[in-house]
Structure formats: structure tokens, C-alpha cells
Design a protein around this ligand. Sequence first.
Ligand code: 13P
Length: 256
Amino acid sequence: MTLPLIAGNWKMYMTINQAVELVLKLRDAIKGVSNVEVAIAPPFTALHHINYLLAETPIKLCGQDVFWEKSGAYTGEISPEMLKDVGCRYVIIGHSERRQHFNETDEIVNRKILSSLKEGLKPIFCVGESLEQREKGKTITIVKKQVEEGLRKISNGQMKDVTIAYEPVWAIGTGKTATSEQAEEIHNSIRELLYDMFNLEAVKETRIIYGGSVNPDNIDGIMAQPNIDGTLVGGASLKADSFSRIVKFKKTGERQ
Ligand code: 13P
């Protein structure tokens, strides 16, 4: 099994100076950590500066979004090749904030995943239900559709480079975390679904990570679940002390 992935999504926060300051602290705070893969997704404007600061560290750089075309007259967009060029190894695709504010559909998400994989960028592919969908008992149906449509035409060989992030929309930035058991149930269902879609070897390599109000107090319980292979962290990734505590989660329960 691949290492757990702890990724920080900085969203639309941090000027270049603020970003540099945070990375310098973070580099020190997580020095020597080797049992976890760590990635950070700063805003596009800070990627270049941060790439230099990460040169001698195991921390990987991640884009927050990408366009599917290689190049062309697409004002305002960033291609997979450009993200690679600035040092990114990962890219977040299909975040609920993109789906909600920028009308990203499963088809768009699928195009972005396919073109990123072609360029050698590893997608962190986000799925998750809204509060209304959960209350109507539609969680599994919604997540299943997102996974099936988002991963259309992806081969077994490509699947090892895909990380799925289950982020229930009602738990993002709200302080309401899904309980570890609620998250585990959905992660388990996603894993089962992947077994229907891909071969055993591909699914074994695929990480399913959790996002939504992850913080230093709940990380150990979340990471104790057998089907949770890491976390995608928003607010708590903006401070070196909270993010480093999350990276250094304590192994308890079934993961021990
Ligand atoms: P919060 O950790 O702030 O809830 O954000 C989660 C998220 O959206 C990560 O992509």
C-alpha cells in the first residue's frame, strides 16, 4: 500500500510573502517525517516561489485546479503542462467549491482528470454530497455517480496515480466533521465501487482521503479508520502548527 497522503488546500488565501513565511515554518515543523506523503496547494500566484523553497524537501506541490486543453486561446486558464512546469506533481480536481461556484460538471471533471494524467500530474479527485442530499438518504447514489462519471475512460494503469478525496460539502469550513465512522462507511463504499470498475492491483494503489473540517483534534480518529488513506485539509493547513500536527497524526486503532 502507498503511504497516506496529507494535502493542504490553501484555497484563495495567502499573498506570496505570507505563503513563503508559512512554507518556511512548515519545512521545519515536519522535518524528518517519512511515513506520510505531504502536499500543499497554494494559490497559482505563489507556486513559483514555493517550488524553490520545497526543492530539498519531500513536500510536494499541488495545483488547486487545471484546464483540460494543452494550450490555446483560453484566457485565464492554466494547463496541466504549465502546472508541471512550475513544479506541481498533484492537482485538485472537482472540488465542491468549483462545482458550486463555477458550474463544474462531472464531464468537465473527467476531462480535467484525463488531461492531467496524460501530462503526468496526479489528480486529487474530489467527490461529496450536500447536506440536502445526505438528509434525503442519497449520499451513496450521488458519490457513486460522481466517481463513475469522473473516472470514465481511465485505465487500470492510470488509476494508481489517482487519489479520491471524499469531502462531504456540509463538512467543509463548517466545523462539522463527518464522524470517523460516517466517513469510513462512504470510503468503504467508494472502495467497493472501484473494485467493480478497475482491477485489484489498481484499486490497492488508489488512496481515498477524507476532507471537511479536519483539525489536530480529530485527525487521529479519522486516520484510525482502515479505508481512510489520508486527508485533504483546508482551514487547518493555513497554520504551520495545526498542519504539522495533522501530518504527524498518531497511529491508533486498525491502522496501527
Ligand atoms: P476545511 O478543512 O476548511 O473544512 O476545508 C476542507 C476542504 O475543502 C479541503 O479541500
